[in-house]
Design a protein around this ligand. Structure first.
Ligand SMILES: NC(=O)c1ccc[n+]([C@@H]2O[C@H](COP(=O)([O-])OP(=O)(O)OC[C@H]3O[C@@H](n4cnc5c(N)ncnc54)[C@H](OP(=O)(O)O)[C@@H]3O)[C@@H](O)[C@H]2O)c1
Length: 327
């Protein structure tokens, strides 16, 4: 009875009560509801599928009035990663080790990354191959190079989730007037690529990504913001962020994603999930640009001479307005 009542409240197609009974699942430990609630590991829950947008993900309603809908992501996904630098290679390694099917591509061609791919357990492919027959594409290349991928990404089916890790660093990427005049960099990029994107993993440093991920629920687990306009795509990205060892916090739509850009309070400060929203709210565009200048200057002068902990302390001291937040 309760099942029918709950389903009839949705605008999605309803399943019969008998069909719902078949969906007794063992939830992934990292499956999340909304932005912060964790499912206890291996908890058996009955749920009804209320929207299946692809074989990759489907929205479900747990048969418990206190549970909001969850998006369940299949265990094994086909993921194409373009860019095999510090971030792309680390993501490829993490996802391959979790059993996902990974293709990697760079600008120089598959032969230049065949060894890396072999070591990681991925397939080295061309960029064209990296975006074919995949459910998720992760783009992890310097911001200014992203437009090179526009023709490719425009060929990708609309239900493929495209996640971007990049940060606009004018000192490296050159000035882009539209962004300088206030357009959020991810909105600009989404328009250039002609596909909705999700912004994830941009706000943590390469060392943090590689070495500081923790199991879900571990004390002190670092969190990162995930922004996007397509809720299903964002849910998939958040689940993948969790699988890399970080709490994923929904930071809203792309228009607000400037709050997690380089130089903002969440950027490379290794905040925890409970603090991310407060830090996002403290972001200030002008201050972020000035902060970025200071960080780059410091990197130029002292790059490599600080321990990781010292670097994070330094970044916090720059990116977070003094006196407004205490870690
Ligand atoms: N490093 C960090 O700490 C960090 C943290 C967060 C976010 N990010 C952002 O994530 C992105 C990647 O950073 P990264 O440090 O991993 O970069 P990286 O080490 O410089 O590696 C860049 C990768 O992009 C590939 N690439 C460049 N142009 C390309 C093109 N036109 N087509 C295909 N592949 C291309 C390069 O391939 P080739 O070597 O063959 O040219 C290389 O594999 C950047 O936007 C960066 O701002 C970086």
């Amino acid at each position: 009875m309760q099942i029918c009542r709950m389903l009839s409240q949705t605008t999605f197609h309803a399943l019969s009560e008998r069909a719902c009974r078949r969906f007794v699942v063992t939830c992934l430990p990292s499956v999340r509801a909304g932005s912060s609630h964790h499912m206890p590991a291996k908890q058996e829950r009955m749920f009804a599928v209320i929207r299946k947008s692809s074989d990759l993900h489907f929205r479900v309603l747990f048969l418990d009035p206190s549970s909001p809908p969850f998006v369940v992501v299949n265990h094994q996904m086909k993921i194409g990663i373009i860019g095999t630098g510090d971030i792309g290679a680390t993501l490829a390694r993490k996802f391959a080790s979790r059993g996902h099917k990974i293709k990697v591509a760079n600008s120089r061609g598959p032969q230049s990354i065949s060894e890396l791919a072999h070591e990681i357990g991925a397939d080295a492919v061309t960029k064209e191959e990296a975006v074919q027959d995949v459910e998720v594409i992760i783009i992890s290349i310097p911001f200014a190079k992203n437009p090179d991928l526009a023709d490719l990404i425009r060929t990708v089916p609309s239900n493929v989730v495209v996640i971007d890790t990049s940060n606009y660093i004018p000192q490296r990427d050159g000035q882009i007037a539209e962004i300088d005049n206030g357009k959020a960099e991810s909105v600009w990029l989404s328009e250039v690529l002609g596909h909705p994107i999700v912004k994830a993993w941009n706000a943590l440093g390469a060392i943090t990504l590689a070495d500081y991920g923790r199991q879900a629920g571990a004390p002190g687990r670092i969190a990162i913001p995930v922004a996007g306009d397509d809720e299903n795509a964002k849910s998939v990205a958040m689940e993948l962020v969790e699988q890399t060892g970080f709490d994923a916090v929904d930071s809203g739509g792309l228009a607000e994603s400037w709050r997690q850009q380089a130089g903002t309070p969440v950027f490379c400060t290794e905040a925890k999930a409970k603090d991310i929203k407060e830090l996002l709210a403290l972001a200030d565009r002008e201050r972020a640009s000035l902060n970025l200048e200071l960080i780059l200057k410091e990197l130029g002068e002292r790059g490599g001479k600080r321990t990781h902990e010292e670097s994070v302390r330094f970044t916090r001291s720059i990116n977070i307005p003094s006196g407004q937040f205490e870690f």
